[in-house]
Design a protein around this ligand. Structure first.
Ligand SMILES: Cc1cc2nc3c(=O)[nH]c(=O)nc-3n(C[C@H](O)[C@H](O)[C@H](O)COP(=O)(O)O)c2cc1C
Length: 169
């Protein structure tokens, strides 16, 4: 199995490279995979969430033998996140889905995309702002993240996906 990924602002790339290094697996961008990963190869596909859709997944489903899929988004991991990704993406039956919290890089995306994201996060920002000094340190951090960007990429988040990979061997 190899890792194939797509990344617009670098967070999915960080996870793909970390995972590849930890599990001694090769990681290719979807563009590199074009002539380096043959069709039908066993692949873990990783891609950033864009309005609930895992970018690049349809291409990966068509070309490879998908063994697992991992979405990387800015929201904290939760059952709600998993359910909405499951609903919004065509993931072949029996293929496990993983989710990793990546980051948010407002300066690396165009104004229209930044605006789209800001619209979606508005109510969360307003709720957190309204809490004022009763915000917990985590809530403070999350509000700052939504306003200015930041990263939640951490090696520790890879535990579940690494355990699954080991079962595949
Ligand atoms: C237009 C747009 C839509 C997005 N939609 C979602 C989303 O639905 N859910 C989510 O958790 N994150 C969403 N994000 C945030 C990205 O998924 C997040 O920043 C991710 O870490 C980007 O990964 P990358 O750096 O590999 O491109 C969106 C970002 C953009 C620019």
């Amino acid at each position: 199995m190899v890792i194939v990924y797509r990344s617009n602002t670098g967070f999915t790339r960080q996870y793909a490279e970390m995972l590849g290094k930890a599990e001694k697996m090769k990681a290719f961008t979807i563009a590199e995979a074009g002539d380096r990963v043959p069709a039908g190869e066993e692949v873990l596909y990783m891609g950033p969430l864009m309005a609930g859709h895992i970018a690049g997944i349809d291409q990966a489903v068509k070309k490879f033998n998908l063994k697992g899929v991992c979405g990387v988004g800015m929201s904290p991991a939760s059952q709600h996140t998993m359910d909405s990704i499951t609903r919004a993406n065509y993931i072949p039956e029996g293929v496990p889905l993983f989710y990793l919290q990546g980051g948010w890089a407002p300066k690396k995306v165009g104004w229209l995309k930044r605006r789209m994201v800001n619209m979606v996060t508005r109510s969360t920002r307003e709720t957190l702002r309204a809490k004022g000094s009763s915000r917990s340190p985590e809530e403070d951090r999350y509000l700052d993240f939504l306003l200015h960007g930041g990263s939640f990429v951490a090696f520790e988040n890879l535990g579940e996906i690494r355990a699954w990979m080991r079962e595949q061997q």
